[in-house]
Design a protein around this ligand. Structure first.
Ligand code: ASP
Ligand code: MG
Length: 308
């Protein structure tokens, strides 16, 4: 079967060389920024009996080993919560496999293998991790401007440092005003990154915390890039009490048995926390001003295609 990309040509493409250099500076800056704030980097988990259910349709990625079933990591959300039994603040450059439908190739921002910087903070509020994300984002932009002048020039990209705090809009407001395409419309109109907060339960996974006094609504958020680049990160405060987690799994019409290992840990106690995951390739794409995410990695996994 023919591969979709002529990799020999692709790897000589100026856009790839520039974007991968920018991506390298992004990772370096993230790690340094978080280490300076007392975060511990934990190694990634590639396979596990539990992984993120995700709230959109994808193919299942699983393997078996000695008759035991493992999922390929779709996000390390549950491992982040569990790692907080050992540390107060953790991060991970986490490879995720999300076997997206082929039609997602058209968005220019989906790869079926990508890396997210995933972080979680014990006892933190949503507000605190939003502040952290804004600070880190600005630090990254400054560093890239400083270290990647020739690359940004070749890409014809001029970067402006956004002002803080980033604007916020609730999901309800956004949806009522713009309908189903709210994210695309708002992202295209925006000149600076902004937050969408308070998603409804039906839109998200069971692990984002439901407000006690506002049933059906969650203490979570997305960061959205301007200029039509779309979603940057998702995160929120987490459900951490065993009974509540079980109820949320049942509300989502899923079987708690699927989450046995995680629930056994939750039963013995998980700390409250907040965190988020930010896709490195999407951030690289935004910073480089590239319409197609494939240029951000030497070996892009394009939805629906056979890729090396
Ligand atoms: N659930 C997010 C994701 O899409 C990450 C997070 O909430 O921390 O991977
Ligand atoms: Mg998301």
């Amino acid at each position: 079967m023919l591969q979709v990309i002529d990799l020999h040509e692709f790897l000589k493409d100026e856009r790839v060389r520039c974007a991968v250099k920018v991506g390298s500076i992004i990772r370096y800056t993230m790690a340094e920024f978080l280490q300076n704030k007392g975060f511990i980097e934990i190694p990634p988990v590639i396979i596990s009996p539990v992984t993120d259910p995700l709230a959109h349709p994808i193919f299942n990625g699983e393997i078996s080993y000695y008759d035991n079933k493992y999922y390929l990591t779709r996000s390390m959300i549950f491992h982040k919560q569990m790692a907080l039994l050992a540390f107060d603040k953790i991060f991970c450059f986490s490879p995720n496999i999300r076997l997206e439908l082929a039609e997602k190739a058209r968005t220019g921002r989906h790869l079926f293998e990508f890396t997210q910087l995933d972080l979680e903070v014990k006892g933190a509020s949503r507000e605190e991790v939003m502040q952290l994300a804004e600070e880190m984002f600005i630090e990254i932009l400054k560093r890239v401007k400083e270290c990647c002048k020739p690359e940004l020039e070749k890409l014809g990209r001029e970067l402006k440092i956004p002002s803080r705090p980033f604007k916020r809009i609730s999901f309800e407001e956004a949806y009522n005003e713009y309908g189903k395409e709210y994210e695309e419309i708002l992202s295209s109109e925006a000149k600076e990154p902004f937050w969408i907060i308070d998603f409804p339960k039906w839109k998200r996974e069971f692990y984002d915390r439901e407000f006690e006094d506002r049933e059906g609504w969650l203490a979570d958020m997305d960061l959205i890039y301007p200029e039509g680049f779309g979603e940057a990160l998702s995160g929120g405060e987490r459900e951490y009490k065993y009974e509540r987690i079980v109820k949320r799994i049942q509300d989502s019409k899923m079987d708690p048995k699927e989450y046995f290992f995680y629930l056994e840990i939750a039963k013995r106690g998980l700390p409250p926390s907040a965190g988020f995951g930010i896709g490195i390739e999407r951030l690289t794409r935004y910073i480089c001003g590239l319409r197609d995410i494939k240029y951000t990695t030497p070996f892009p996994k394009i939805p629906g295609k056979y890729c090396i």
